[in-house]
Design a protein around this ligand. Structure first.
Ligand code: NAP
Length: 304
């Protein structure tokens, strides 16, 4: 049974290359004919791990290709996810399974609403990868991938074992939303501040009172949502992440430095309306979002 990977960027490239070299049938879905021609001109997908770069000649196609899709890995950014799934919706088999790699929250529900018959699984990953150039991905950090069912089913998909056998650091969880919310909270406490201070994660140790105020509001939000386990020890974990990733630039800072749209709408932009609906005051998070939007506008970037 073939895999399709939509989006041959950082994570999509990493996943597709690992599936391909493990002997799995896998096809890339690229945006359009121009991207497909560029990909073919380069001879395939390059993956660098440490000092070794390998070229994998994966087959690729556009969304308009005719073959049906049974297993799809959606590997685009959150803000592209809905349009991307719409572009292949007609090709999905009735029993199709879709793995959503998007960070933050909000895009997963939008995708599921577009394809109500498909089984949508959500992933939360701490693996890191970046694009050296188009279709050349660098594996930048080991991590853990949690996978769970959008609707809370306790049954892992049959292919989870295949991924494990191929060396993917995957684990099943019955509560993927709690994991995604925990990651969202950590991202909200770190990423926007790194943009506002223009700093690597570690430099936030000079701004710990700001971090603490954000963590307090995020903790209250998670608790009010009935996600107390995801709230537990949030500030301590945020401080541990800041220390462990001291030399890293957050993904949001990297987006801003590259002049790319951020995923803020799926982080702060997802959390704040929920806080509002729960009548929770979140003045520090609100001010953080406003300051961030101002900074994005100054840089000529979308505020959402
Ligand atoms: P990325 O490097 O920007 O790759 C996204 C890819 O999606 C690009 O190749 C883009 O194509 C493609 N794409 C977008 N719309 C498409 C469409 N309609 N049809 C076909 N392809 C389309 O992004 P990423 O870093 O892999 O991030 C993907 C998601 O994973 C994000 O939500 C991110 O937060 C999350 N994540 C990433 C990492 C990481 O280390 N990279 C870690 C954890 C989570 P073009 O090249 O043509 O624009």
């Amino acid at each position: 049974m073939s895999w399709h990977v939509l989006g041959a960027g950082s994570l999509g490239g990493l996943w597709a290359a690992r599936l391909f070299r493990g002997g799995e049938p896998v096809r890339l879905i690229l945006r359009d004919r121009t991207r497909l021609a560029q990909y073919r001109a380069g001879g395939g997908l390059r993956l660098s791990e440490g000092d070794i770069t390998s070229l994998y000649p994966l087959p690729a196609e556009t969304p308009e290709a005719g073959n049906p899709i049974r297993r799809l890995i959606l590997a685009c950014k959150s803000y592209d996810a809905e349009e991307a799934i719409a572009s292949v919706a007609a090709r999905l088999e009735p029993e199709a399974e879709i793995l959503l790699l998007q960070n933050g929250l909000g895009s997963q529900d939008a995708v599921a609403a577009r394809v109500p018959r498909a089984r949508c699984l959500r992933a939360s990953t701490t693996e890191g990868a970046y694009r050296e150039t188009d279709f050349h991905v660098v594996a930048a950090g080991a991590g853990q991938i949690w996978i769970g069912d959008q609707l809370g089913s306790h049954t892992p998909p049959a292919w989870l074992n295949t991924l494990t056998e191929l060396g993917f650091p995957v684990r099943w969880t019955d509560d993927i939303d709690a994991r995604l919310w925990r990651k969202l909270a950590i991202n909200c406490a770190i990423n926007p501040l790194t943009v506002l201070h223009g700093c690597r994660n570690g430099e936030l140790r000079q701004h710990l009172s700001e971090v603490a105020a954000l963590c307090a509001e995020l903790t209250a939000l998670l608790e009010a949502m009935g996600l107390a386990p995801a709230a537990q020890g949030l500030q301590q974990e945020v401080e541990a992440v800041i220390a462990a990733t001291a030399h890293n630039r957050s993904s949001m800072l990297q987006d801003v430095e590259r002049g790319q749209r951020t995923e803020v709408s799926y982080l702060l932009g997802h959390a704040l309306p929920i806080a509002g609906r729960l009548h929770l005051a979140a003045p520090h998070l609100t001010e953080l979002q406003q300051r961030l939007q101002t900074r994005l506008a100054e840089r000529g970037l979308p505020e959402d």
